[in-house]
Design a protein around this ligand. Structure first.
Ligand code: AHR
Length: 501
């Protein structure tokens, strides 16, 4: 079987946005406690941050980290997490039926972001709180001094303002499970008022309004319209969230989750641009896809411990297979393909909780299978995203109809001449040879730098601390040239990167 892929440096979708490679740290399960923060761990630094995790985070190549939630933020009092640790209250976290000890708060998280070399994306609580607490927090983080909250930050040990630029106005406020859930009109007003007040402190912020928690939400489309009717002028981005998992043993449909993500993005763009048309606005609202991943939402790991209020329970600790990694690769392709409108995204989450990095509290850490496609895409997607013209065989799925067996996107860096082609083969049984026509890069085409593939004989092979090194991208030698056409054999059920120059 073969597929054909035409590339042209002129087919530019948009520049690669580094913010596409964001992730998410929520006070949920062992993401913070036992994940990034684990004072008893042998690699912990003076602040209690795990050195092994920090190294994995740096190697993952992430840009932004959204914090502190998630559903958690909708009941969070940020003031609980500042000042001397011994004076901080423990609180019930209603979102995850846990106890939040508040050992880590905003100042600790900001120190961690500096060590990790990432940009924070802060969320304010618009569930149980509102405008006042949001501007207090903003003054605490960004104020120069001379006001109560900015001076409090200094008193707590941080002289220089953090200068946090990206802010989420609440989280999933369309969801009935959300603490302080609101109607679109109520939320739209609150988001607009909060945004207006925040900009009075700092006009130069990127503000994200909550869009829908998923394409299947009954209010999807209407929610965006009603929220933006209130808040269009005040916000920059609208969020979308989506999780995918294999249902009813239907691997074929699951592997094509990128098709579903494409459709969700296209529908959201249509809803948002509808409001633009009615407002006769020139400003465009772009997208922050600030929660996306594979998550076995109906699995055991996602059940709350409802009989007690534990600190940092084991929650949402999904262990990912090779098939899951191929799906994550497909979702990255979808995000990149939409870089003209999706300018920011966050893989949910970073450590232990539906995460690319796993730890044992006090013990070992390892990379999940899904770590690899993210790390490669972040590293090699440089310059411009290119639309690729793809002719691929198709296969039938129960959920999405006929879908292409191969999905792909490419990037081209005009400065270095480097090209990266990202491709998934969704066939469970067949290798597919892709013909990459490189003649538009010069009369002699391009040169191959390296082709890699991530696969396993068993698509359900799931790594543990002991077997993590058994799944990683490997050099793919099944390549050959026919004049300017590079032929690469993509193994069944695989994530692939072909680098050219
Ligand atoms: O990422 C896990 C949870 O999923 C988040 O807390 C919430 O925003 C979403 O429903």
């Amino acid at each position: 079987t073969s597929a054909r892929l035409s590339l042209d440096p002129a087919f530019v979708v948009a520049p690669v946005s580094r913010k596409t490679f964001g992730t998410f740290v929520e006070h949920l399960g062992r993401c913070v406690y036992g994940g990034i923060h684990d004072p008893g761990h042998p690699t912990a630094d003076e602040d209690g941050f795990r050195g092994d995790v920090l190294q994995y985070v740096r190697d993952l190549g992430i840009s932004t980290v959204r914090y502190p939630g998630g559903n958690f933020v909708s009941g969070y009092r940020w003031e609980d997490g500042i000042g001397p640790v011994e004076d901080r209250p423990a609180r019930k976290d209603l979102a995850w039926h846990s106890t939040e000890p508040n050992t880590v708060g905003i100042d600790e998280f900001m120190r961690w972001t500096e060590k990790a070399g990432v940009e924070p994306m802060m969320a304010v609580n618009l569930g149980t709180r509102g405008v006042q607490e949001a501007i207090d927090l903003l003054d605490y983080t960004n104020g120069e001094g001379g006001s109560f909250h900015s001076d409090l930050r200094k008193k707590n040990g941080t002289e220089k303002p953090y200068g946090i630029k990206m802010w989420c106005l609440g989280n999933e406020m369309d969801g009935p499970w959300q603490i302080g859930h609101k109607t679109a009109k109520e939320y739209g007003r609150l988001a607009a008022e909060t945004a207006r007040a925040m900009r009075l402190i700092d006009p130069d912020l990127t503000l994200v309004a909550c869009g829908s928690s998923g394409a299947e939400m009954p209010t999807f489309g209407t929610w965006e319209r009603e929220v933006l009717e209130e808040a269009y002028d005040e916000v920059d981005l609208i969020s979308m969230h989506a999780y995918y998992w294999e249902k009813d043993g239907d691997l074929g449909s699951f592997l094509a989750s990128g098709v579903q993500m494409d459709a969700f993005i296209d529908d959201l763009v249509a809803s948002v641009d509808h409001v633009r048309a009615t407002k006769k606005a020139t400003k465009r609202i772009n997208i922050s896809f600030d929660e996306w991943n594979v998550w076995y939402l109906d699995g055991e790991a996602s059940k709350n411990p409802e009989t007690e209020w534990p600190v940092a329970p084991v929650l949402l600790e999904d262990h990912y297979s090779v098939a899951d990694a191929v799906v994550v690769g497909g979702l990255l392709i979808s995000l990149l393909r939409h870089s003209d409108r999706v300018v920011s995204a966050s893989l949910a989450q970073l450590v232990n909780v539906i995460a690319p990095i796993m730890t044992e509290t006090g013990g070992r850490s390892w990379k999940q299978t899904t770590y690899h496609p993210f790390a490669q895409a972040s590293r090699f997607a440089q310059g411009n995203v290119l639309r690729v013209e793809l002719q691929s065989p198709t296969y039938e799925t129960a959920k999405h109809g006929d879908v292409p067996v191969i999905d792909s996107v490419a990037t081209h860096d005009p400065a270095s001449g480097d090209v990266a082609v990202f491709a998934v083969n969704r066939s469970q049984t067949e290798s597919v040879t892709i013909d990459i026509d490189t003649r538009s890069f010069g009369p002699r085409g391009a040169e191959l730098v390296e082709a890699t593939t991530l696969r396993h004989d068993d698509p359900y092979f799931t790594v543990t601390a002991d077997t993590a090194d058994q799944v990683a991208p490997e050099v793919n030698d099944a390549t050959s040239w026919d004049d300017t056409v590079l032929k690469v054999v993509l193994p069944p059920l695989s994530w692939n990167v072909v680098r050219l120059t």
